[in-house]
Design a protein around this ligand. Structure first.
Ligand code: ADP
Ligand code: MG
Length: 676
């Protein structure tokens, strides 16, 4: 016996058959077995009758009142009834097709039965008869397959634990355990398999997730480290000038913004191309973070670009960045597919000679003819809107261009990238203070009058309103309003007192911009639009958004749309109009009404639609994790990444005594990462 890397074959009673079955579950060594964790627990603790709700699965403790009876139906089917005296009540407990259980109980015995309680009939459908003592326990439930049963796994785990528990050593260096308040490995293994209570299990699970993500990230980071270092991508931040810039902003950065700025600046200073994803909910203030990174690049004598998915958004960025960079040496150019030929001809040489050091635009930024003098940083806003190829084209534009991608949606594509470790992740998990949470209401089509009354009130208070409609043209197939009809009816309703504007994707860009500008300048009070307003648009006087046929949008998209309001000091509102056809649809509307937290909402979206729907079939390559869930546990995943990075940043990390066990653990892990 040598240690946790022993083959499972060394355990008692493990022959070729079990070895094969365990191998199918990815278990080869004792370590694998000890970290093969239950995915849930059965609570075997006994309960009193008055604590139990209908259909709850519980353990009852009682005395066998009379000799149990078995009725047979045909050859195989039978029903065993045990009358159990619990306190003063007699509860009939039935077991189907397990006649042999009768022999295990006798009249007068005190026994424990685990089963499903029927409160109306005061009876129980028995699942199993427990051993004395089990009534104080939790039962671990493991993922099993047809070759190996729950019980066998449980037995083997217990055996491995009894034999090897004194040899469980931590592979995570001490400073990490302390800094992140993690449990040591022995306690994780103990509390995952044999928890005293749910809390102990939950705490252990937190560390177990970290351990799993951390080992994964260590492998990713060591792979990355093998890349050639490239000094030309280094941007050394000019700290004092940046501080001044930040101090001059009209607001203070939130703690979360501060944190991600630090991460980004540190990354820019490293001799590798940055490839970082900045995640932050709508309105969390990603733009100013990007601006700080851009300023760092410009101060270091480099150029920067920021790419947006739509002309409207590009233009808006150009305007707000022009404000932020007033009185600095940042010279901004705007380049979109819409830029006139003459403007373009004038712009390109100035980009090439470096006179323009920040170019804002759409993917037109990366056409062949656009040459940069020294492109140091590319920011991609709403990165999930761009295809892999567009992003690749951009990365290849500069020799060693650092890339900062930004997204408000923790969607699976992002997720797979994250899990791959191809990107580093920064998360803004806090909204600027002082904002009032948006109030959301869901109404039916029949209640539109109420909505109109409400909108009128908002308008009379001087506020502005978005109205969003799913479709542009006529649609007889589905019962959806089209945007022009809605525009006409709002005009008829409010046109005499307020200006109503129309915006949709089939308008040309000039017209679109004109309408957007008018809305921004409050020359239009009601903007009826398709989802073109979805991303980024920032008009703080708009307090209300009305969304028609809301059940036709995904939750993530509704959340994005709703994020158009709630940007000023006034209370903001979102009104969802929908007559959903099924329960899931109703649930989705209720999720929107009950939460404004983007991460929560996207998680619910996953639950309600199922990951298969969202991930799609061709998203293979997403690594599978045993305890951690990269969507739900994104914060743990990114912490694990930070820590792994910190370790491999030290060139001699493999020689450090504190990392000895970690090196050993990584070596003995399966070399190849397991993919779906
Ligand atoms: P998003 O992350 O959705 O792109 P934006 O960058 O558009 O968010 O920011 C939303 C609004 O919040 C903008 O009007 C911006 O000026 C403002 N903002 C950003 N950071 C702060 C802050 N720390 N305090 C107050 N307001 C902020
Ligand atoms: Mg934005």
């Amino acid at each position: 016996m040598s240690g946790l890397d022993d083959n499972v074959a060394t355990l008692k009673g493990v022959g070729p058959k079990k070895i094969e079955a365990l191998d199918d579950l990815g278990i080869r060594t004792v370590y694998d077995l000890l970290t093969y964790f239950p995915f849930r627990y059965e609570d075997f603790r006994t309960k009193n009758l008055d604590e139990i709700s209908d259909q709850q699965v519980v353990t009852l403790k009682g005395r066998v009142a009379v000799t149990p009876t078995v009725n047979f139906f045909g050859r195989r089917r039978s029903r065993l009834t045990i009358k159990l005296l619990v306190g003063h009540d007699v509860i009939p407990v039935t077991f189907f097709n397990q006649p042999w259980l009768k022999k295990q109980v006798e009249t007068g015995d005190d026994i424990l039965i685990y089963g499903k309680f029927d409160a109306n009939k005061k009876s129980m459908a028995g699942i199993k008869i427990l051993k004395p003592g089990d009534g104080e326990k939790f039962g671990s439930i493991y993922p099993a397959n047809h070759k190996i049963t729950q019980n066998t796994i449980r037995q083997l785990v217990t055996e491995a634990y009894d034999q090897y528990q004194d040899q469980i050593e931590d592979f995570i260096p001490d400073w990490i355990l302390q800094k992140y308040k993690l449990e040591n490995l022995k306690s994780v293994i103990t509390n995952m398999h044999f928890p005293k209570n749910h809390r102990a299990a939950a705490l252990a699970r937190r560390t177990a997730k970290f351990d799993e993500f951390f080992l994964f990230q260590m492998r990713m980071q060591t792979l990355k480290q093998q890349k050639e270092a490239d000094a030309s991508s280094v941007i050394i931040p000019k700290r004092s000038a940046l501080q001044k810039f930040i101090a001059a902003l009209p607001y203070r950065l939130t703690g979360a913004q501060d944190k991600v700025v630090t991460e980004i600046l540190a990354d820019l200073g490293r001799p590798y191309q940055m490839n970082r994803l900045l995640q932050g909910d709508v309105g969390s203030g990603k733009t100013v973070v990007a601006a700080i990174a851009i300023y760092a690049a410009v101060l270091a004598g480099k150029q920067a670009v920021i790419m947006a998915p739509t002309e409207i958004l590009a233009e808006q960025h150009a305007n707000s960045l022009a404000n932020l960079f007033e009185n600095t040496k940042v010279n901004i150019g705007l380049l979109t597919g819409d830029t006139s030929r003459s403007a373009r001809n004038e712009l390109l040489p100035r980009i090439k000679n470096g006179e323009i050091n920040l170019v804002v635009g759409t993917h037109a930024l990366f056409q062949k003819e656009v040459k940069y003098q020294d492109l140091g940083l590319a920011v991609i806003d709403e990165q999930h809107r761009f295809g892999v190829n567009q992003r690749k084209a951009m990365r290849e534009k500069g020799q060693a261009t650092n890339v900062l991608s930004m997204t408000a949606t923790p969607i699976p594509r992002t997720l797979s990238i994250t899990a791959y470790g191809e990107m580093d992740v920064s998360v803004i998990d806090e909204l600027p203070g002082g904002r009032k949470p948006i109030k959301t209401a869901w109404i039916k089509n029949q209640q539109i009058e109420t909505m109109l009354k409400f909108v009128r009130k908002r308008l009379n208070d001087g506020e502005q309103v978005y109205v969003v409609v799913p479709l542009i043209g006529e649609s007889d197939a589905v019962d959806m309003r089209n945007v022009t009809d809605t525009y006409q009816s709002f005009k008829a309703e409010f046109g005499d007192q307020h200006a109503v504007g129309l915006l949709h994707g089939q308008m040309n860009d000039e017209d679109k911009n004109e309408v957007m500008d008018a809305f921004k300048d409050n020359k239009i009070q009601v903007l009826v639009s398709t989802t073109v307003i979805e991303v980024g648009v920032d008009v703080s006087n708009a307090s209300t958004i009305v969304i028609y046929d809301a059940d036709h949008f995904g939750l993530a998209q509704l959340h994005q749309l709703r994020g158009r309001v709630g940007r000023g000091d006034q209370q903001s509102y979102c009104i969802l109009i929908a007559n959903p056809k099924n329960e899931t649809g109703r649930k989705r509307m209720n999720v929107m009404c009950s939460s404004t937290d983007g991460f929560f909402i996207s998680q619910k979206d996953l639950e309600l639609r199922g990951p298969g729907d969202i991930l799609g079939k061709n998203q293979s390559g997403v690594p599978t994790f045993k305890v951690g869930d990269p969507v739900v546990d994104i914060n743990i995943l990114s912490t694990a990444q930070t820590v792994a990075k910190e370790i491999v940043d030290d060139k001699n990390w493999e020689q450090e005594p504190q990392n000895r066990m970690l090196v050993k653990r990584l070596k003995s892990l399966n070399q190849d990462v397991k993919f779906d």
